[in-house]
Design a protein around this ligand. Structure first.
Ligand code: MG
Length: 451
């Protein structure tokens, strides 16, 4: 049922990432293309976000796929969830050239399976093996693939998201959209308009230099959005990361809605009408458990990474468990009735529907959620797995979740210690119902980590 984490060499939790031209060269991307083409013969969709290195890297990716004998449909610039949606319905696989929330100099590749989900660890390792062993196939001259461009296919995604709600759901509501000059510039303002919202936007020109703000939708970067929400008297503001698989919100009072609280609010809305479990990584706030319980439901925890959430959702459904909702505490939410991947456009659209039902301003809904206090820290640690083993012994009397690192669950608090997969550090998270209680568990934990 649960997708296990496996060691990969090139791929991280969200595909391959690196500084374009340095770590991520066209030569490497070409080899990813031939490897993917060898594994998934047929017609492959290729898309990209707005980064300046996108056209060069997408060309390399397409060259690899064509050379392996695949036909390529170039979807141009579009959000990752839009490509995933289109792959599920029309293609044999897909790949997006994107570095998501990373700074402008980065780029990356996310590989998408025929069902629209991101490629899992096992298949990524097969793909990496092709690259490192040079075993990818090149087609002979008469079987090299053909390329067509289909930049207007994104329209199908926009229609599907807006069409998931009754006409007029927006009811003239005023929304400010900030795509951050990323791929959502093409989709989110359009989706909200079709739903019947009045839409103002900023940073809605596609520009890979990201002149307005960095692709990560941080509270600092969204200060202009918050100002615009206040001065226009908008119902809310919505912002995306570079490839729009995530969405975050500014409430009607101009306040950034912390992502776990956003998740809780939307989970509450979904679970009202849809019975079933909620799937999320062990790093998510307990707020989600509280909300799920309210609706007679429960949370299933996974390792940290959206592919583990998506694949666990698929596994549970296959076993016959109804899954209502999934997501991460970073604004990446998965609506299983729509598609099994994070979808920022769908998240924005769902907020409109939520407010239409709530008949209260977003700020009031956020303030009414139960309060939790979270401490997050990164610590340098060479022997992460040694530390986890030690902590398992120390906290053996507690209720432990060892899905990813160690999560210590107590009555009103929990703590997570998780080694990074890529750097010599561990991530520490502690959450409780108050700052004092969180500090107590934090001090206790640190007493064992740094005795
Ligand atoms: Mg992203």
């Amino acid at each position: 049922m649960e997708e296990k984490k496996l060691e990969k060499r090139l791929f991280g939790t969200n595909g391959v990432r690196g500084v374009a031209g340095k770590d991520l060269t066209p030569a490497l991307v070409l080899s990813i293309g031939t490897a993917l083409g060898s594994m998934r013969p047929g017609t492959i969709a290729v898309g990209r976000d707005t980064r300046t290195s996108g056209p060069a890297l997408a060309s390399a990716l397409k060259a690899g796929l064509l050379s392996a004998g695949c036909d390529v449909v170039d979807l141009g610039v579009l959000p990752t969830p839009a490509l995933q949606y289109l792959v599920r319905d029309h293609f044999d696989a897909g790949a997006v050239v994107t570095a998501s929330h990373n700074p402008p100099e980065y780029n990356g590749i996310k590989v998408v399976e025929p069902d629209g989900t991101e490629m899992g660890d096992e298949q990524c390792i097969v793909l990496e093996d092709h690259i490192f062993k040079g075993t990818a196939c090149h087609a002979p001259w008469d079987r090299v693939g053909r390329e067509v461009a289909a930049p207007s296919m994104v329209e199908e995604y926009v229609k599907a998201v807006a069409g998931s709600f009754p006409p007029g759901t927006g009811d003239g509501r005023l929304v400010v959209a900030d795509p951050g000059c990323g791929a959502a510039a093409l989709t989110t303002p359009d989706i909200l308009t079709r739903m019947g919202c009045r839409v103002f936007s900023l940073n809605s020109q596609m520009d890979g230099t990201f002149p307005g703000r960095l692709p990560e939708p941080s509270p600092e970067g969204l200060a202009p959005l918050a100002d615009l929400v206040k001065t226009t008297g908008a119902d809310f503001g919505v912002a995306h990361d570079g490839d729009a698989d995530r969405a975050v919100f500014i409430d009607d009072r101009g306040r950034f809605v912390e992502e776990n609280r956003q998740f809780g609010l939307i989970a509450d809305f979904i679970c009202r009408t849809q019975k079933g479990v909620v799937v999320t990584p062990v790093s998510t706030s307990r707020l989600i458990e509280v909300i799920a319980r309210r609706h007679g439901s429960r949370v299933v925890y996974t390792a940290v990474g959206s592919i583990y959430v998506a694949r666990t959702m698929i596994g549970l459904s296959t076993e016959g468990t109804t899954v209502a909702f999934g997501g991460e505490g970073n604004g990446g939410l998965i609506f299983p009735g729509h598609q099994l991947c994070r979808d920022g456009g769908m998240t924005a659209a769902t907020m409109v529907a939520l407010l239409a039902h709530a008949r209260q301003p977003l700020s009031a809904l956020v303030d009414a959620l139960p309060q939790f206090f979270m401490i997050k820290e990164k610590l340098r640690e060479k022997d992460g797995s040694g530390l986890i083993k030690r902590l398992i012994e120390v906290f053996s009397g507690d209720s432990l979740d060892l899905t990813d690192g160690i999560r210590i669950n107590r009555e009103d608090s929990w703590a997570l210690v998780r080694p990074s997969g890529t750097e010599p550090l561990v991530r520490v998270m502690v959450e409780s119902v108050s700052e004092t209680r969180a500090r107590e568990l934090y001090e206790e934990l640190m007493g064992h980590i740094r005795p």
